[in-house]
Design a protein around this ligand. Structure first.
Ligand SMILES: [Zn+2]
Length: 121
C-alpha cells in the first residue's frame, strides 16, 4: 500500500498527482525560480542604455546623445548668452568665479612685480 503513495520529491508531501515528481506548488515555485534569471536578462536588455557626452571648447559646446544619432552644437554666442543667464540666477556662483579670477590676477601681478624688481636690482 505504501508503494502506491505519491510523494513530492521536494517537500515530501503525499499528493494525488505529481509534475516531474513534485507537487503542484513545488513545481510552480521551481519553474518561477528557474525563469527568474531569464526575466532579469530581458529587463537588462529592455532599456536602451543612453548616455550624454558634452564636449566643451572655447568656441562651442557639443552635446552627443547616444545611442540616438543626435548631435547638438551650441555656438559661442549662444554659450555666452546661456552662461550669462545662468550666472544671473546664481549670484553665489558668480561671486565665487569672480573671486577666483581676482585671485588669479593678483598672482599674475605679483609675478610681474617680482620680475620688474629683480631687473632693477
Ligand atoms: Zn512539494
Amino acid at each position: 500500500m505504501l508503494e502506491e503513495e505519491t510523494r513530492c520529491r521536494t517537500c515530501g508531501k503525499v499528493v494525488d498527482n505529481t509534475i516531474d515528481g513534485e507537487c503542484e506548488s513545488c513545481h510552480v515555485q521551481r519553474v518561477l525560480h528557474s525563469a527568474a534569471p531569464q526575466q532579469q536578462q530581458e529587463q537588462e536588455q529592455q532599456p536602451a542604455q543612453g548616455h550624454v557626452t558634452i564636449n566643451m571648447t572655447p568656441q562651442s559646446m557639443e552635446i552627443r546623445i547616444s545611442p540616438q544619432p543626435i548631435n547638438l552644437v551650441i555656438d559661442e554666442a549662444s554659450m555666452d548668452q546661456m552662461v550669462s543667464q545662468w550666472l544671473a540666477t546664481r549670484p553665489a556662483l558668480f561671486d565665487e568665479l569672480v573671486k577666483q579670477r581676482v585671485t588669479q590676477k593678483k598672482t599674475e601681478l605679483a609675478i610681474i612685480r617680482d620680475i620688474k624688481s629683480s631687473r632693477v636690482n
